[in-house]
Design a protein around this ligand. Sequence first.
Ligand code: NDP
Ligand code: OXD
Length: 310
Amino acid sequence: MTTLLFYSKSDRTEWWREMMAEHLPEVEFRVWPDVGDRAEIDYALVWKPESGLLASLPNLKAILSLGAGVDHIFADPDLPQGVPISRVVNDNMALRMREWVLLHVLSHHRRQREYNQLQRARVWRDLDQPHAGERRVGVMGLGELGGDAAHHLAAIGFDVIGWSRSPRELDGVRTFHGRDGLKAFLAETDILVSVLPLTPQTTNMIDADFLARLPRGASVINAGRGQQIVEADLIAALDSGHLSEATLDVFQTEPLPVTDPLWIHPRVTVTPHIAAMTDPRALVRQVVQDIRSVEAGQPVTNPVDPARGY
Ligand code: NDP
Ligand code: OXD
């Protein structure tokens, strides 16, 4: 019998058990820590698996990520080599990320945080407002999620540019790539949106030097991973007035500790890593497809290249 091990701290375990029984009755569903005989596990469906767990499953055929990001899997120093990894790619997730990005870009663009403050002070005042075509939005990461968000930002009239590792072409979006393209990209960005995966190259990349390259008054929106931002440098750039505001969905430490200054910073908006939550109803179809595909000797649906790390 084919066996899948589920590892996640989420409260959706029973839901997954029922859905798997409905869609893949031929697969036995085991939930960590009740692993049973480790040699019997064929698939692992995981979010932040504990280090060494995957290496302890000698007959693993594929690792299925419960998220689009796979840094939580590559963080395992004992990750077994050669086992295919599949990650979440679907329209449902792209739509959710698009909603979150548009919401916060529009909020920065229309100065909503300042209007909220004026409301609290009962002050009736209008603030200078360029139109979208006069606002340059720079999107870092032009893959499944960033590419979609950039496309829709351009569709509502923003002047959109994008940055990726390798050259990318997107209708209505001017693109830059690689370290060589970064300076020019940042110099032309008023609202920076990051939807980058976490890799050794992107870890702590948004630091004081990086932020200093943005025009004065620029703002930052991050839905990639918290470990990409040196948070002390971000706060210093906000306090000095170089940055006007920041909206952060992801943090160096999650959940964000109650004592963290980001919670109460007047120019920071915090959301609790919800920009694009995995919808299990959409993911279950991909899990079914992945398992059927591998059982038929075919590759997983959305394979991750371990050499790139995303
Ligand atoms: P993709 O793999 O489809 O796209 C990644 C993009 O980032 C690509 O354009 C890639 O470049 C670019 N990139 C990667 N490394 C670099 C680098 N060193 N320099 C410049 N560009 C780089 O990923 P997705 O769009 O599906 O997801 C992106 C990330 O979003 C996830 O890894 C995860 O961290 C985050 N995420 C956050 C969520 C949330 O709720 N906050 C929800 C889901 C995902 P290239 O085009 O050349 O490959
Ligand atoms: C993901 C996430 O990677 O939710 O899917 O962050």
